[in-house]
Design a protein around this ligand. Sequence first.
Ligand SMILES: Cc1ncc(COP(=O)(O)O)c(C=O)c1O
Length: 357
Amino acid sequence: MATTTVSRTFGSDNHAGIHSAVLDALAAANSGDAVAYGEDEISKAAIARLCRAAGASQGYLVFNGTGANVLALSLLLRPHEAVICAESSHLNVDECGAPERVLGCKLLAVSTPDGKLTPDLVATKLNGVGDEHRAQPRVIQIAQATELGTCYSLAELRELREFGRSHGLLLYLDGARIANAVASLDCSLADIAACTDVLSFGGTKNGALGVEAVLVMADGQAASAKYLRKQIMQLASKMRFLAAQIDALLDEDRWLVGARHANAAARQLAEALTTVPGVRIAYPVESNGVFTEVTRRLADRLLQDWNIQVWSETPDNSVILRWMTAFDTAEEDVAELAAAIGRAAKTQTHDSSARSS
Ligand SMILES: Cc1ncc(COP(=O)(O)O)c(C=O)c1O
């Protein structure tokens, strides 16, 4: 297999390492004993700090994003209720049916052009309301940023929120990449959080070793949260080490600095690719993902060198590839990647014209 000199894979923001400040914070937290299960001072302080930044009433740290999604939905759903989500959502595609298995809930997945739900799209799933034979829609689930790298504007979020309220629907926002959305919209975390009932705040894709938070906006919405977190095996005994990561990301706004950096790297890549023949940017680049539509042949060629995800295939046999940047992606690495894609595209164009001549 061909090798590449670039140290970045661009395969996922999960491929990135850990921010050095997070490692330092873990080492600093590793001093003496501390009470377990979140009763220690580091945990209390970090959760209070994050809740203040989001304007949330309560926060619960968990190990991973799937756990955050399942915990969040468990707070909002009764057994006969359903979740309306985008067909492309991580919840629907990439959680091995965790919400369906653990919560026993139904997902009502809607096809979207860009990973974003709209009131009209949500409305297509409301025709069974009041019918005892149908699971009853209760939650609108969205991701911000979405799995396709797009972001809801604040106006779009508010519109969805209002629509939900007028139809008795709660809003849960999967914020595995909320930092990238805050950076992209140039708003505050609280601006986005205010449009939701419950949201998650991702750390893992943004420099943490492994931590996410579930944030509950209203008092009373989370009366059972601590029990449900334990039941779904997301209660950390040595909680201080999850909390220390959140604290380090909040210090000096590292969560935002890292996300701005990742977004800028994605824009740099997208701009460099606009002049490459045979490569089309499939979705607006509004966070840290760049999705390129290419021919199957070019995709196969790129997949030899790059450990990236084939996101989808289109009916005309082209392929959408996903390239992700992270808090530590270097400008030179992006330039090298763009040049490598350019070379592969050129070779392919050259091969096809040689064949047709
Ligand atoms: C939007 C979104 N939500 C949730 C997750 C789940 O995270 P984890 O792999 O930590 O369970 C991911 C992971 O890729 C994601 O992209």
